[in-house]
Design a protein around this ligand. Structure first.
Ligand SMILES: [Cu+2]
Length: 267
């Protein structure tokens, strides 16, 4: 990018119609000005995200919590200058180049600026490439972990409820509760009976589509804090989509064993 991209309409040029030099005030360097505003606001926004997001994000309670939060902060921080690039240039143009009455002259024709286009495409491509590689590496790290004695839970979405089946114990959870023992890795095997649903447990760093006729296996995640957390559907799946939520209960091992027995299974 160069300063030359909005250099066409400097108001200090001699009046071509009359040949005389009119006392037009010197046009400010708009590009430098808007670039400065963009850089300053971007830095403020990025720093604010880094410091404020950890307080805004809901709590996590799994071994994936820190990497999950780091990813959200990273993506938000990278999005700030991109979003501001659009908003700042738009807002600046609306104020700096506004015309009160109907313009009587045609605007200056836009000239091709190859460096601007190459720069814009180049920067956004590098950003996207970085995010793809970051995502693939993070997914590989999570997916390649193979802990001993993991718990498997089959999750089935249907309009408008979740059912949880524990194949190692031969029991289904009655009453829409996802019961998990603390500190034991768990893997979800997710599908749907009717339409697209989205199985999301923010606490565990899990968010996966539930597709009809297809089974999706999540990476292992380990609940680390005993407590009760929400399980929600994050795919608009019909009239009562917003009511399609369940409860995750993370309990200690003996409570989990007695819960399995109470559901008709053998721990
Ligand atoms: Cu749903």
């Amino acid at each position: 990018m160069s300063e030359a991209n909005i250099d066409g309409d400097t108001g200090s040029a001699p009046n071509e119609n009359t040949g005389s030099v009119s006392p037009v005030p010197k046009e400010p360097d708009h590009f430098r000005r808007v670039l400065t505003i963009w850089v300053v606001l971007s830095v403020i926004g990025m720093v604010a995200c880094i410091f404020l997001l950890p307080y805004i994000l809901p709590p996590t309670a799994s071994n994936l919590g820190s990497v999950d939060n780091f990813t959200i902060v990273l993506l938000t921080v990278l999005a700030v200058p991109v979003a501001l690039f659009v908003f700042v240039f738009l807002a600046y143009s609306m104020f700096a180049f506004r015309v009160r009455e109907r313009p009587r002259e045609d605007a200056l024709p836009l000239k091709p600026r190859p460096m601007l286009q190459i720069g814009f495409l180049g920067i956004t491509s590098v950003l996207c490439l970085f995010l793809i590689i970051y995502g693939l590496v993070a997914y590989y790290q999570e997916a390649s972990a193979a802990p001993a004695n993991p718990l498997v839970v089959q999750v089935t979405g249907q309009q408008w409820t979740w059912t949880f089946y524990y194949p190692q114990y031969g029991v289904s959870s009655q009453g829409q509760v996802l019961e998990l023992p603390v500190n034991r890795p768990v893997q979800f095997v997710v599908t749907s009976k009717d339409v697209l649903h989205g199985f999301a447990v923010r606490t565990l760093g899990v968010r996966v589509d539930a597709n009809p006729g297809q089974v999706t296996t999540t990476p292992y995640t380990t609940p680390t804090v005993i407590g009760q957390y929400p399980v929600v559907c994050v795919e608009l799946c019909g009239l009562y989509h917003s009511y399609m939520w369940s409860s995750l209960q993370v309990v200690d091992q003996s409570t989990f064993n007695s819960w399995i027995t109470s559901q008709g299974g053998h721990p």
